[in-house]
Design a protein around this ligand. Structure first.
Ligand code: FAD
Length: 520
C-alpha cells in the first residue's frame, strides 16, 4: 500500500499524490469498488463530477431483485447472482433495503399461466432464498389484493423481491469507504490522464472553483456509467473494444392509488413490464420505460409520450384511472447497458463486463460496462479480483457480511420484525419524536440515527425545522458526514423530503447552507 500526505481540498498540489486506485464515478459501481478496495488496504481516491448518485444510481426503479423478466432472455447467470446478492444486501443494509411482495395479475391473452408458474418456480429456487417467502398463486377477485384492480382480473401470483433507497445505498458505500481510508471528492471531474511510467498522471478539476489537482495512481477504475466511453476516448485518449448502449427509463409518482405495502408487476401488450410500488408513504411509484437514448446523459428528461405510456399501463389494470395531471413528480435516467448487439432496448443484457488493460510496467485501466444496483457488490469483488494481482495485494473478499453504516441492526429470520423492533427501540429512546419521523429516520440512517439525535430530549433541541420534520441536526449531519452541499442534495438524494416539505424549504435550506459555509 502506498502512503501519501493528506492534502486539503482546493489546495493546488505541486507534488501529485501517489496512491493505488483512482476511481472515476460516484455512482453505485464506483463507490462499491472504492469501499471494497479500501477495506483490502489499498489507497483509494474517488472523484465524482457532480453529487454522489446524481445520475443513473438515483434514477432506478430501486429493486434489489433477480429480475424475473430476464429469465425470458435465458440470463440465468445474472438472475442467480442477483438473487444471491438480494439476501446478502438485505443482510448488510436492513434499514435502507426491505422485502416487498409483488402481485403479478394473470391476463389470459398475454403470458400463459404455466409459464408464469414455471418462471416463479425457477426464481424461487436458483438463488438460495433463505429469508424471503416463496411465490404462490393468489385469487384476486373479491380479495384485498385485487380490490384496486379491475374486475376481469381474477387470478395472479405473488412473489418476493426487495426494495432499496438507491441514492442512500451509494452514500453509505462512500461513507464506509471513507471510514476505511478512501478519499472521496464530489464535484470533481477527471479532465485527463496520461501515462507516466507505470502510473497515470491524472488531472482533476473542482467543478465549483475550477481549481485543478494532479494525482499519480497506479490504476484507474473507470466507473463513469453512461460516460464510460467518454472517459476512455476523451479523457484517457485510449480505445476500447467494449461499448455501452444508452437506454432511457422514466418513472412517474402519483398520490397513492391503493392501500398496502405490496407492489404490482404489470405485463403490457407490447411484452414490456411495469412496476407499481408504494412510495414515500403517500405516493405510488410507476415505471419504467425503455427508450434508446443519444445525447448528453445529464440532460435526460421524461417525455409526454412516456407519461402517457405509464398512465395507460396502470389504466389497463387498475380501477383508478390516471391522467398526466395526476403526476406530482417524475424522474428519468439512462441505463449504461453493455452493448451485446440485442435487437430491442428491452432485450439488451443487464449483465456487466469488465475490461482490464495495462500492467507489466504500464498503468492499469479497468472499465465497467453495464451492471445493476443489485449486483454492484459482486461487480466490485470481480473488479478487485482482476486488479489485485497487478497491484500486489492479496487481501480476501470481505464485503458480503460487513454491515454498511447504520446497518448493524440485530437480524433474525424475519427482516420485517427486526426492523419494527428497531423502530420501537428508537421511539422509546427519543419519545418526543413524532412516530412518522422516527420511522423515516430509522429507515434512512439505521443505528447512525444516534449521531443526529444524540442526547436531545425535545424537538427544539434538534434545531430549526426546515419543514416536514427535517431538522437542523439532520442537515448538519448530511453536510458533515454525507457530502451534501446543496438543497437538492438534501431534498432529493440524501432524503426524498422534497416530496413532503413546503415550497419555501429549498430556499431556507440554501440560505442556511451558504451561512454554514461562510462560518470561520
Ligand atoms: C430507469 C432505470 C431503472 C433501473 N432499475 C433498476 C432496478 O430496479 N434495480 C437495479 O438493480 N438496477 C436498476 N437500474 C440499473 C442501475 O440503476 C444502474 O446499473 C446503476 O445505477 C449504474 O451505476 P453506475 O455507477 O455504473 O453509473 P452512475 O450512477 O451513472 O455513476 C457514474 C458516475 O460517473 C460520474 N462521471 C462521469 N464522468 C466523470 C468524470 N470525467 N469525472 C468524474 N466523474 C464522472 C457521473 O457523474 C456519474 O455520477 C435501473 C436503471 C435505470 C436507468
Amino acid at each position: 500500500m502506498q502512503m501519501e500526505p493528506s492534502i486539503e481540498r482546493n489546495e493546488v498540489n505541486a507534488t501529485p499524490s501517489l496512491f493505488d486506485l483512482l476511481v472515476i464515478g460516484g455512482g453505485i459501481n464506483g463507490v462499491g469498488i472504492a469501499r471494497d478496495a479500501a477495506g483490502r488496504g489499498l489507497s483509494v481516491y474517488l472523484v465524482e463530477q457532480d453529487d454522489l448518485a446524481s445520475h443513473t444510481s438515483s434514477a432506478a426503479t430501486k429493486l434489489i431483485h433477480g429480475g424475473l423478466r430476464y429469465l425470458e432472455y435465458y440470463e440465468f447467470r445474472l438472475v442467480r447472482e442477483a438473487l444471491l446478492e438480494r439476501e446478502r444486501l438485505l443482510g448488510i443494509a436492513p434499514h435502507i433495503i426491505w422485502p416487498m411482495r409483488f402481485v403479478l395479475p394473470h391476463v389470459p391473452a398475454l403470458r400463459p399461466r404455466w409459464l408464469l408458474r414455471l418462471g416463479l418456480f425457477v426464481y424461487d429456487h436458483i438463488g438460495a432464498r433463505k429469508r424471503l417467502p416463496s411465490s404462490k398463486s393468489v385469487r384476486l377477485r373479491h380479495r384485498p389484493l385485487g380490490q384496486p384492480l379491475q374486475e376481469h382480473l381474477r387470478h395472479g401470483f405473488m412473489y418476493s423481491d426487495c426494495w432499496v433507497q438507491d441514492s442512500r445505498l451509494v452514500v453509505l458505500n462512500a461513507m464506509d469507504a471513507a471510514a476505511r481510508g478512501a478519499k472521496i471528492f464530489t464535484r470533481t471531474r477527471l479532465i485527463s490522464a496520461t501515462q507516466q511510467g507505470d502510473r497515470w498522471l491524472a488531472v482533476c478539476e473542482d467543478t465549483r472553483t475550477g481549481k485543478r489537482r494532479q494525482f499519480l495512481p497506479r490504476a484507474i477504475v473507470n466507473a463513469a456509467g453512461a460516460w464510460v466511453g467518454d472517459v476512455v476516448k476523451q479523457r484517457l485518449n485510449a480505445s476500447s473494444r467494449k461499448h455501452v448502449r444508452l437506454i432511457k427509463g422514466s418513472h412517474i409518482i402519483v398520490p397513492r392509488i391503493y392501500d398496502g405495502e405490496h407492489a404490482y408487476f404489470l405485463q403490457n401488450p407490447d411484452g414490456r413490464i411495469e412496476f407499481v410500488i408504494p412510495y414515500e408513504q403517500h405516493y405510488t411509484l410507476i415505471g419504467t420505460t425503455d427508450i434508446p437514448f443519444s445525447g448528453d446523459p445529464s440532460e435526460v428528461r421524461i417525455s409526454p409520450e412516456e407519461v402517457d405510456y405509464l398512465c395507460a399501463s396502470v389504466n389497463r389494470y387498475f380501477k383508478k384511472q390516471l391522467a398526466p395531471a395526476d403526476v406530482v413528480w417524475n424522474y428519468a435516467g439512462v441505463r449504461p447497458l453493455y452493448d451485446d448487439d440485442a435487437t430491442s432496448a428491452a432485450a439488451v443484457t443487464r449483465d456487466y463486463e469488465l475490461e482490464l488493460t495495462g500492467g507489466d510496467g504500464t498503468p492499469i485501466l479497468l472499465s465497467v460496462f453495464g451492471g445493476k444496483i443489485t449486483t454492484y457488490r459482486k461487480l466490485a469483488e470481480h473488479a478487485l479480483e482482476k486488479l489485485q494481482s497487478l497491484i500486489d495485494n492479496s487481501a480476501r473478499p470481505w464485503t458480503d457480511t460487513e454491515p454498511l453504516p447504520g446497518g448493524d441492526i440485530p437480524a433474525s429470520r424475519h427482516p420485517d420484525e427486526d426492523f419494527e423492533r428497531f423502530v420501537a427501540h428508537t421511539q422509546s429512546r427519543w419519545p418526543f419524536l413524532p412516530p412518522a419521523t422516527t420511522r423515516r429516520l430509522a429507515r434512512a440512517y439505521g443505528t447512525c440515527v444516534a449521531h443526529i439525535l444524540g442526547g436531545s430530549k425535545s424537538l427544539t433541541e434538534l434545531g430549526d425545522d426546515f419543514g416536514g420534520g427535517l431538522s437542523q441536526n439532520e442537515v448538519d449531519y448530511l453536510c458533515d458526514k454525507e457530502w451534501a452541499t446543496t438543497a437538492e442534495d438534501i431534498l432529493w438524494r440524501r432524503t426524498k423530503m422534497g416530496l413532503h416539505v413546503p415550497p419555501d424549504t429549498a430556499d431556507k435550506l440554501t440560505a442556511y447552507l451558504s451561512q454554514r459555509t461562510a462560518r470561520p
